[in-house]
Design a protein around this ligand. Structure first.
Ligand code: HEC
Ligand code: HEC
Length: 399
């Protein structure tokens, strides 16, 4: 047959053209990197990140500089739970953010790696990706990447206790581990030296973005797949009604009033004074827990805190920024009174009379049954799946 050599010749010619095209593309790639306009982002590839979201949650917003990827999330999960990440090798993020407690620690105030007591309570990380600002009261902290510098490198108080001296020590610890070398390489394939603090921060942030909670019984009830008890139903009516007014600050899909997601509008972040303190009638909160006032010094920011999500609230006791309210019953009593009265001691004062208390907080006429109903409803916001999901669990614990 004479067609065979011709076919082979055509195939060789085609291969040559393809190789030439590839070379030109590579050259273009170098030019693009050297300052020509970047090509449009590639369309979704096989293996690209796919969110696996409950039906009522919107797609999260992710910084362009740190796109999601499976290897990054896997690496971030390991680092999140690895005590080698702290200066003295004793504490991980997971020491203060325990999955079984919706990523809180069960203490009124957190304790750092050197034993130092934190002034505030460790926060839940459930749906942290949807928080417009981070921590209890900091309007300027808006990305998980930036927030992480606080627990890692902060010294007031010491949390993970990584200092300029121990920064290279921690990296050396991780580099010694062949598995980490592989995981960093897989997560950051284009970095010349993938084991770096920048990579650590990006990977942990990516992992935190997967701590998603939207499968509580209340969510399933909304989807028509579960029922509420009569008490929970009455509690929901109170929560969303205009007598108790909880939904004004703890509303929307995340039971909070500061939310961002992909395509959400930019809105000013709200902070509120709920009347927890009114030291000597001046409206003051105790230092260094004066809320946004600590940063701005503006009187109207005194005692102003972010309204946290109430998802999983039944497992995150004790409550408030300083852990000063022990149970949900007492939180509801506090709201019913319209503020807290502290009878004596250096923090004495009547929070109900605070000049800075939010207009949305006032005494609510709630019967014992109403209060029990509200607490019952809050209990329906617990997402058992979040508390036990193996994908979010400590990879170092042998169970
Ligand atoms: C010593 C205990 C402790 C350790 C260790 C710790 N945290 Fe926290 N975390 C806290 C406390 C306390 C807060 C509240 C901080 C504040 O308001 O000042 C917090 C807040 C946060 C928040 C803000 C959540 C929100 O809803 O705004 C994120 C995110 C977070 N931590 C992530 C991490 C990561 C990541 C690590 C590891 C690098 C880590 N934390 C280590 C105690 C800890
Ligand atoms: C004016 C806005 C506002 C209203 C209305 C409001 N809250 Fe809050 N809530 C907050 C803020 C702000 C905090 C955090 C306060 C702090 O830590 O000092 C908070 C904290 C909480 C906490 C503790 C959260 C935690 O993680 O420790 C619970 C529980 C809670 N609120 C339930 C309710 C209920 C139930 C109602 C209705 C009776 C309600 N809230 C009404 C703003 C509000």
């Amino acid at each position: 047959m004479s067609a065979a050599p011709a076919t082979r010749r055509r195939a060789r010619w085609r291969a040559g053209v393809l190789a030439l095209a590839a070379m030109l593309a590579a050259a273009w790639g170098i030019r693009a990197a050297a300052g020509a306009p970047a090509p449009a982002p590639a369309p979704a590839r096989a293996g690209a990140w796919q969110w696996d979201l409950p039906p009522n949650l919107p797609e999260p917003r992710v910084p362009r500089a740190n796109p999601m990827s499976r290897p990054k999330v896997a690496l971030g999960r390991h680092l999140f739970y690895d005590p080698r990440l702290s200066g003295n090798g004793t504490q991980s993020c997971g020491s203060c953010h325990l999955q079984s407690l919706a990523f809180t620690d069960g203490r009124a105030r957190a304790v750092g790696s050197t034993g130092e007591l934190h002034p505030r309570s460790a926060q839940s990380l459930a749906n942290v990706v949807y928080n417009a600002t981070l921590t209890w009261a900091n309007p300027s902290l808006v990305t998980l990447e930036r927030q992480m510098e606080v627990p890692l490198f902060g010294d007031n108080p010491v949390e993970m206790g990584v200092t300029d001296r121990t920064k290279p020590v921690v990296l050396a610890r991780l580099r010694k581990d062949a598995r980490y070398r592989r995981m960093f390489r897989a997560a950051f394939p284009t970095e010349r030296d993938p084991v770096s603090w920048a990579s650590i921060v990006k990977a942990i942030a990516s992992f935190q973005r997967t701590i998603i909670s939207g499968q509580s019984r209340y969510d399933r009830y909304l989807a028509g797949r579960a029922t509420l008890t009569a008490s929970e139903q009455r509690g929901a009516d109170l929560f969303f009604g205009e007598r108790a007014e909880c939904h004004h600050c703890h509303g929307g899909f995340n039971f909070a009033d500061q939310t961002v997601f992909r395509g959400s509008r930019r809105e000013p972040a709200l902070f509120h004074n709920t009347g927890l303190f009114n030291i000597a009638g001046t409206g003051a909160f105790p230092e260094p827990n004066r809320g946004v006032f600590e940063l701005t010094g503006r009187p109207r920011d005194m005692g102003a805190f972010r309204a946290p999500t109430l998802r999983n609230i039944a497992v995150t006791a004790p409550y408030m920024h300083d852990g000063s309210i022990a149970t949900l019953q007492e939180v509801v009593d506090f709201y019913a009174a319209g503020g807290r009265v502290i009878a004596d001691g250096p923090e004495a004062g009547d929070g109900r009379q605070s000049p800075f208390r939010s207009d949305l907080i006032a005494a609510i006429d709630l019967s014992a049954q109403d209060r029990a109903d509200l607490v019952a409803f809050l209990g329906a916001l617990t997402d058992r799946r979040l508390l036990t999901d193996p994908a979010l669990s400590d990879p170092f614990s042998r169970r």
